[in-house]
Design a protein around this ligand. Structure first.
Ligand code: CA
Length: 231
């Protein structure tokens, strides 16, 4: 059960954006786009993409500044950022990495190379969803056998609650908007409404908290939910 990764592409040049959008979609990524820096910051917080492809040259807020702000915020600092730039000087390269960019790609680049680098970043930040046990506090999720335990005791989860928990477990403490949970658990094209997300989070919470266990799902007012020991 591999999820589709969502990539935010930040590029002000329409033609470049379309090339990226087309090629990433062809590789079965969900693509969302922003054409300036301010919008990129808003979209990143709202959608919590799995990676951001960020053009260096943007109007008003530069790619470097966008990257710096993304990395300075607890909410978005874990999202890998791949910077795109036409400049190749070493000093620029270092500046790019100093802002916290996770990778740096010089234009012109091949689409194949960009996609390979994105995949590498996704592997680094996201545990693979096959044959892996995800743990957080006293919860353990075996993603291969679809088994969940809390404090060593097996829990029975429905398929939706299982997917929801897996999303939370892959990024503990990250705050997920209901929209982004909907995209990840039900798929971007589903017709499910946001209330359904609340219902399933409620069910998951009930299962996890059976036997008066500590509530690890935090409801963040106006923002969404996160898996957090400080719930
Ligand atoms: Ca540009």
């Amino acid at each position: 059960m591999s999820q589709t990764a969502t990539i935010l592409v930040v590029e002000d040049e329409e033609a470049q954006l379309e090339v990226l959008r087309y090629n990433l979609a062809k590789e079965r990524f969900n693509v969302i786009a922003a054409d300036d820096g301010e919008e990129a910051l808003l979209v990143a917080r709202e959608e919590m993409p799995d990676a951001i492809v960020l053009d260096w040259m943007l109007p008003s807020l530069s790619g470097i500044e966008v990257c710096r702000r993304l990395k300075a915020s607890d909410e978005t600092s874990a999202i890998p950022v791949l910077m795109l730039t036409a400049r190749g000087e070493e000093s620029d390269r270092i500046r790019g990495l100093e802002t916290g960019a996770d990778d740096y790609i010089v234009k012109p680049y091949s689409v194949g190379e960009l996609i390979a680098r994105i995949r590498t970043r996704l592997r680094v930040t996201r545990p693979s969803t096959t044959g892996e046990t995800l743990t957080f506090e006293d919860i353990a999720v075996d993603t291969e056998q679809h088994r969940v335990t809390r404090a060593g005791k097996p829990l029975k989860l429905g398929p939706t609650e299982f997917r929801l928990l897996t999303v939370f477990m892959e990024r503990p403490k990250r705050v997920w908007s209901r929209d982004s949970l909907l995209d990840r658990v039900w798929g971007r094209d589903s017709e499910v409404d946001l209330r359904t997300v609340d219902v399933h989070v409620g069910r998951l919470r009930k299962i996890l908290n059976a036997g008066n266990a500590t509530d690890l799902i935090r409801t963040v007012r106006g923002a969404g939910y996160s898996l957090d020991a400080d719930a």
